[in-house]
Design a protein around this ligand. Structure first.
Ligand SMILES: NC(=O)c1ccc[n+]([C@@H]2O[C@H](COP(=O)([O-])OP(=O)(O)OC[C@H]3O[C@@H](n4cnc5c(N)ncnc54)[C@H](OP(=O)(O)O)[C@@H]3O)[C@@H](O)[C@H]2O)c1
Length: 258
């Protein structure tokens, strides 16, 4: 029987692959057979992840790139096409969580959050979708957040820009999904709950009140463990999800349904 999660022969582009959930996703894609292209700004970190993946017997291309820079994105995508000849999977994962509510946020901070979290996936999709449409194959996965559908009540946890930008990622997912299914391209989004990473390790994980609240209210009574996001990513990135598009799955131990 065919393994419908198998990614052998596929090429995956992952943004925000220099750390955290993106680097782990790249490892998971490679473990399932894909060659990868790693996008983020820190070249040294990308090279280190690329070396790890090459040791796994897969090809890895480091593409230092700021996803807010359209010219850099266009050039980065072209580099992937010149190297691999195609792109089957796009994981839009690069993101930032700007703290603060509307009364405190500056215009500059607001724009930064929207530019990385929403304009980044827009630019990446803009340059990759034409290749997918030509090939009549594509799997696009957008990392949103549970904060697209649930918010935090306590003032030290307000992140209104994050709520807005991650909800926009869901909207972009739906719009693109409806447009491109005819071209055999699925577009889905994922809402991680709480996972330890550079983004959360020094902030949420250090906030005792938040951790107590999260663990008390969450049906799993704990944050996500390393690797627990990958099952959904592999589902949305493989032929296992050939008839699934425009969807959002929260990976949060059930935190968003209580
Ligand atoms: N960890 C969680 O609990 C959690 C929960 C919900 C959603 N998420 C989402 O998951 C995604 C990954 O976050 P993470 O937790 O793994 O945090 P992380 O370790 O801080 O990773 C963020 C990644 O985004 C990259 N990045 C940031 N700005 C960029 C830019 N302008 N251009 C290109 N790359 C950029 C960073 O690389 P460089 O600095 O090298 O550019 C880094 O690789 C984010 O979208 C985040 O919102 C995380």
């Amino acid at each position: 029987m065919n393994n419908i999660f198998n990614l052998e022969g596929k090429v995956a582009v992952i943004t925000g692959a220099s750390s955290g959930l993106g680097a782990d996703a790249a490892r998971a894609y490679a473990a399932n057979g894909a060659d990868v292209a790693l996008f983020a700004r820190r070249a040294d970190r990308l090279e280190a992840v690329a070396k790890e993946i090459e040791k796994m017997g897969r090809k890895a291309l480091a593409v230092p790139c700021d996803v807010m820079d359209e010219k850099a994105v266009a050039a980065g995508v072209q580099k992937v096409i010149d190297t691999y000849g195609k792109i089957d999977i796009l994981l839009n994962n690069a993101g930032i969580a700007i703290p603060g509510g509307v009364e405190d946020l500056t215009e500059e901070a607001w724009d930064k959050g929207m530019n990385i979290n929403v304009k980044g996936p827009f630019f990446m999709s803009k340059y990759i979708v034409p290749h997918m449409r030509k090939a009549k194959y594509g799997k696009i996965v957008n990392i949103a957040s549970v904060n697209a559908i649930v918010a935090d009540k306590f003032p030290d946890l307000w992140r209104h820009n994050y709520n807005a930008s991650k909800a926009a990622v869901r909207g972009l997912t739906m719009g693109m999904a409806a447009s491109y299914m005819q071209d055999n391209i699925t577009v889905n989004s994922v809402g991680p709950g709480l996972f330890e990473s550079e983004m959360t390790g020094g902030t949420l994980f250090k906030n005792e009140n938040f951790m107590k609240m999260y663990n008390t209210s969450n049906p799993a009574s704990r944050p996500g463990k390393r690797g627990e996001l990958n099952g959904v990513l592999l589902f949305f990135s493989s032929d296992a999800s050939s008839y699934v598009t425009g969807q959002f799955i929260a990976v949060d131990g059930g935190g968003s349904i209580v």
